[in-house]
Design a binder for this molecule. Structure first.
Ligand SMILES: [Zn+2]
Length: 74
């Protein structure tokens, strides 16, 4: 369901979405350990987001995260 370098993430407000998560390279976010401070496309706000393990997510959570990408990948 998720492309390479795409990770489902959850923002501090609990919104689920998918973002580009490239190790050691971050062009549009402030890295704070495993968390990042970036724009949340669900709530349209800035928030700390944490990467999620797809294997630990429910199908509903995966679907919710996959439904919203912060970057349109052609
Ligand atoms: Zn949010």
């Amino acid at each position: 369901m998720f492309q390479r370098f795409e990770r489902p993430v959850r923002c501090a407000d609990g919104h689920l979405f998918t973002t580009i998560w490239v190790p050691l390279a971050s062009l549009k976010a402030v890295r704070l350990g495993r968390r990042r401070y970036q724009r949340c496309p669900v709530g349209h706000h800035w928030a700390l987001v944490s990467p999620l393990d797809p294997a630990a997510m429910t199908v509903e959570e995966q679907a919710a995260a996959a439904a919203v990408h912060d970057v349109r990948v052609p």
